[in-house]
Design a protein around this ligand. Structure first.
Ligand SMILES: [Zn+2]
Length: 406
């Protein structure tokens, strides 16, 4: 009780009239509307815990949890982080402390400081109880309360059906959209789509958390700038026109005005701090291949190429990154893409971390170019490096056909 009063006093002292006057992370009365939000969040969390997309890599989870705690500070004990293998930029923190960080976010943060800002932004929404404010705002404009009570049941159905529709959907984007459509009905999306004022506040408070934790504050602007760049690199006009979002639920785009507000705040903060680039890359390195493969399933090759360009800018992991750059060009099949794919595979092959599949793809491309000698060398290298590969017999068969002159 004392804590609640202190929180109320603190919020008055801070002059934050819009803030819900209770402590974030403290379980509310089950009969209140906030209790309803917690019930939906509890249900969604129990679904997440059993999801096939939950990433269980202990080292990765420990890393993300540690960064989250550095910016969450007093809320560290309130939050439970789930890393989900989903190729979209998304992080969210429900009012009950259930937190999702999607692999697409970890792949897009260039360093630990950028991840810290993304999490600091979410912690700030959580700390200020923005989801409750957002809910109450929407409640007045729709039959939201009924939707919320139905939501508890529907979240489970949505999660169960997403696994089934995933393979049948024409792209992972469709699969995810259909999931989000259903989740929308439950109010989860309402929970995580904040108005512009709340987004600006989460940016500002998130930035303060990043600086206080000793990270380089400039990371904050870098995150949103990169998101804006990737959005404009999309293959799809609809995506380019919709603007960059802070997560898949966001209704307010990151625009130049919002970036400017961050840059103004940056002037008041220390210019330097820890970036943690090597540490972040070490944490995600074991997943680079799998996550880039997932990213290609979105079939937004312009965005994937933009992402790979950022990942490659430090000169690391060039075998893996150039291989997936080649894959993006090969799968896109646009004008000149096959030649670009070949060049990317050749670049990959020069690095010790190149996936062995580079030589198989090079062989296939050389063959299409009627370069029999080049194809033979590539296929022979492939077989020498992966003699027990599942497709070794197919490659051997191609080699035999060269020998017999077919
Ligand atoms: Zn936000």
């Amino acid at each position: 009780m004392r804590a609640l009063i202190l929180a109320a006093v603190a919020s008055l002292a801070l002059g934050a009239p819009a803030q819900a006057q209770r402590l974030a992370g403290v379980r509310p009365d089950v009969t209140s509307d906030e209790g309803g939000l917690w019930a939906v969040s509890d249900k969604a969390e129990s679904v997440a815990r059993q999801s096939a997309e939950l990433d269980r890599d202990p080292a990765l989870n420990a890393y993300v949890r540690e960064v989250a705690c550095k910016v969450a500070r007093d809320h560290c004990a309130d939050i439970r982080v789930y890393v989900m293998d989903r190729p979209f930029f998304n992080a969210s923190m429900a009012p009950n402390g259930y937190t999702e960080v999607w692999s697409g976010t970890l792949l897009r943060a260039t360093d630990e400081a950028e991840l810290a800002f993304i999490l600091g932004h979410e912690v700030s929404h959580f700390d200020r109880n923005h989801s409750l404010l957002s809910w109450r705002r929407k409640k007045s404009t729709s039959n939201a309360m009924m939707v919320l009570s139905a939501g508890v049941a529907v979240v489970g159905v949505a999660a169960a059906s997403s696994a089934a529709t995933y393979d049948g959907a024409s792209s992972i984007m469709d699969a995810t959209r259909s999931l989000i459509d259903v989740v929308y009905l439950t109010g989860m999306a309402s929970l995580f789509s904040y108005d512009r004022e709340n987004e600006l506040e989460a940016d500002r408070l998130g930035l303060a958390r990043v600086a206080q934790a000793g990270y380089a504050p400039a990371a904050a602007a870098d995150v949103w700038r990169a998101q804006m760049g990737e959005t404009s690199a999309s293959e799809f006009k609809r995506v380019r026109n919709s603007g960059a979002r802070t997560n898949v639920f966001a209704s307010h785009p990151v625009d130049s005005e919002r970036l400017k507000a961050l840059q103004d705040d940056l002037k008041t903060l220390p210019a330097t701090g820890e970036e943690g680039r090597a540490r972040h890359r070490a944490a995600i390195r074991p997943h680079l291949s799998a996550w880039l493969r997932d990213d290609l399933r979105r079939r937004d090759f312009g965005q994937t190429l933009n992402l790979i360009g950022r990942l490659a800018s430090g000169g690391e992991d060039l075998g893996v990154l150039n291989f997936y750059r080649g894959e993006a060009y090969r799968q896109r099949r646009g004008e000149g893409d096959l030649a670009s794919a070949r060049d990317a595979y050749l670049a990959a092959a020069a690095y010790p971390d190149a996936p062995v599949a580079v030589w198989r793809e090079l062989g296939d491309l050389r063959r299409k170019e009627s370069d029999t000698a080049g194809a033979r060398t590539a296929y022979e290298t492939y077989l020498a490096k992966a003699p027990s590969a599942e497709d070794a017999w197919i490659v051997q068969d191609s080699l035999n056909s060269f020998n017999s002159g077919n």
